[in-house]
Design a protein around this ligand. Structure first.
Ligand SMILES: Nc1ncnc2c1ncn2[C@@H]1O[C@H](COP(=O)(O)OP(=O)(O)OP(=O)(O)O)[C@@H](O)[C@H]1O
Ligand SMILES: [Mg+2]
Length: 587
């Protein structure tokens, strides 16, 4: 237990450092907390005053002044509580907002492989659930723990001050009441956590179904999905039922203990009042303090469990913030050689994805691409074409060999600087849930409206964008669901055109276009490829024929390289690809 507590405090420590910028707030919050604890304790004395000096003594004047004291104390308590609650909650919200930002700032610069090794749902829950838990720790649990500790200690002192003999009874009685409460409380907490987890499962399940509703309906799986979902919900209900039962027992036993204890106190204390050993006011004050001590003890026990849960959350968040990106800029940056003739060179590059270390996605790749060249990458599905692009953008580092960009090893460049030189139009165009302006401007933040329109025109997107309900202001839906595949590609192309990079990476950029728009886009691409080094993963003959060089990949290896005619003459696989994919009739 002792060891665990140490760990709890230690894991929460990094969170405390988030409070540093708000020292003044923390100071005033602590002051308010001290004030309210002191005032709550003095309320018992006020009560004693009202009873003994007031109605027990039969003096209206005394009663009046005692009541005034009470009103003064209560007002002070109200003001103090307002300040304490406001400041503490403010701090909780502030810290959790800062933590969220810090976690996100870390996430966006992490190497992409991290997101393959870790489930996205889990990462998301660190951003939302875990930070919310930490918010409640800073904003309420911490303050509750501190306040309860103060009132607990102060309350016991006041008990002794009021009546020693009764206090000794209490000190024996209270632990007897607290122990079973702690036992049931622990169970309740365990069940609430289980309950939360099962609810999260329900959410995940429903989320997946809703996202893929068209697949569900097209395979007529509604009934099965209903049944499967119902199972999930029932599981959650069963867990919730256990929690509810424990909680009911807890509440019932608390009531029994508290009022049983109170009655015992009244019996002993009442006898004391009758025999004249203590005054009625003293007994009232005593009961008041006893209840205060009991409540504080219960709060401390509850908060302790919460702190442990938060320690887990803190640990996960801190872990996440400590992850270092595998793709880092070097200590000493090399300048790019802007006159280099060789734009890109792969030297003996072999690479396997971190999630599949035994299998080469690329093997012994040697490839040089000169300034201004248009190089087509062709090959069967899974050959490693897209992987080649990912290495060029330095989303991963190869295990063997090296890649040069303008004569400099990629590892000697700042990743951002490298990526600024290229524009990638990916196989599945990625659009954000925003309007057309936003999505095209993603290529160059701060681009003027006419630049965006110019790029859209070059990508042959302008005409269809104009026909959208709100033109460039049209909202495209989540991941651009409101556009057709070909339209999405043209928006993605416009984004790349707007970036105006030196190197263009196109991954099957023309594959989802009809013949008419393909012709347009082809013309746009040719214009775009002028004075630019271009790598195209091509599935179309028109692209392949215009390339300066064709690279044929299969199973991660380059098996042939040359012009269209050369490859047709030399490579069986290329011949077959041409027949199957490029529909060679007539050429
Ligand atoms: N993130 C990943 N993790 C593990 N393996 C991967 C990953 N991405 C691709 N692969 C594997 O690497 C190999 C090459 O994939 P790649 O995407 O480069 O193929 P491709 O040539 O682009 O194919 P296609 O023409 O179908 O797009 C495949 O065997 C694939 O299964
Ligand atoms: Mg691919």
């Amino acid at each position: 237990m002792e060891k665990k507590q140490k760990k709890t405090i230690k894991t929460l420590l990094p969170i405390v450092s988030f409070l540093k910028p708000y020292k003044a707030m923390v100071f005033f919050a602590l002051m308010a907390l001290l004030l309210t604890a002191a005032v709550s304790l003095s309320l018992g004395q006020g009560l004693k005053l009202v009873i003994d000096n007031g109605f027990a003594a039969g003096s209206v004047d005394n009663l009046r002044s005692a009541i005034f004291v009470m009103i003064g104390l209560v007002s002070l308590l109200a003001i103090g509580t307002f300040c304490r609650f406001y400041l503490m909650s403010w701090l909780g919200e502030r810290v959790s907002a800062d933590i969220r930002k810090a976690v996100f700032d870390r996430l966006v610069v992490l190497h992409p492989a991290y997101f393959e090794e870790n489930r996205s749902g889990e990462i998301m829950s660190r951003l939302t659930t875990d930070t919310t838990l930490l918010q409640s720790i800073v904003g309420s649990s911490f303050s509750m723990a501190l306040r309860s500790t103060l009132t607990f200690i102060g309350g016991i002192a006041m008990l002794f001050f009021t009546n020693v003999q009764l206090t000794l009874y209490i000190l024996i009685g209270v632990p007897m009441a607290i122990l079973p409460m702690m036992f049931f409380g622990k169970k309740v907490r365990k069940f609430s956590k289980d309950s939360q987890d099962t609810i999260a499962d329900v959410g995940t399940y429903a989320g997946e179904i809703i996202q893929n509703i068209k697949v569900v309906q097209s395979y007529s799986r509604e009934e099965q999905e209903k049944a499967a979902f119902s199972d999930e919900v029932e599981k959650a209900f069963e867990t919730a039922k256990k929690r509810v039962r424990q909680r009911s027992i807890l509440i019932a036993s608390v009531i029994l203990m508290v009022f049983g204890g109170l009655s015992a106190m009244m019996w002993v204390g009442g006898n004391g009042v009758i025999s004249g050993a203590i005054t009625g006011g003293e007994l009232a004050a005593f009961v008041f303090y006893a209840m205060m001590v009991g409540m504080s003890a219960a709060t401390i026990a509850e908060v302790y469990g919460e702190l442990q849960r938060a320690a887990g959350a803190a640990e996960r968040v801190v872990d996440l913030m400590a992850v270092e990106s595998n793709i880092l800029p070097p200590a000493k940056l090399e300048p790019l050689n802007d006159n280099a003739q060789k734009m890109i060179a792969f030297n003996d590059v072999s690479f396997s994805y971190p999630s599949r270390p035994d299998e080469f996605a690329l093997k012994d790749i040697n490839l040089t691409i000169n300034r201004g060249e248009v190089v087509a990458l062709v090959g069967p599905s899974g050959a490693g074409k897209t992987t080649l692009f990912e290495l060029l953008e330095r989303f991963y580092d190869p295990q063997q060999g090296n890649i040069l960009f303008k004569d400099v090893n990629l590892k000697q460049l700042a990743p951002n600087k490298l990526r600024d030189e290229m524009a990638l139009v990916p196989q599945n165009p990625i659009l954000f849930s925003n309007d057309v302006w936003y999505n095209i401007r993603y290529g160059k933040s701060g681009a003027k409206d006419n630049e965006v329109i110019e790029a859209a025109k070059k990508a042959h997107a302008h005409d269809f964008v104009k026909t959208l309900p709100k033109g460039y202001e049209s909202y495209l839906g989540e991941q651009g669901v409101r556009l057709s595949g070909g339209q999405k590609q043209r928006v993605a192309l416009a984004r790349a055109i707007l970036k105006d990079p030196e190197v263009l990476l196109l991954d099957e950029a023309t594959s989802a276009l009809d013949a008419e728009s393909e012709h347009h886009v082809q013309a746009a691409l040719e214009e775009l490829m002028k004075d630019r080094t271009t790598l195209i993963i091509a599935h179309r003959l028109s692209t392949v024929i215009h390339a300066d060089k064709i690279v044929l990949l299969d199973k991660g290896e380059i098996i042939a390289m040359g012009s269209h005619q050369e490859l047709l003459a030399s490579s069986k696989l290329y011949q077959r690809l041409c027949e199957l994919q490029f529909d060679l009739t007539g050429d």
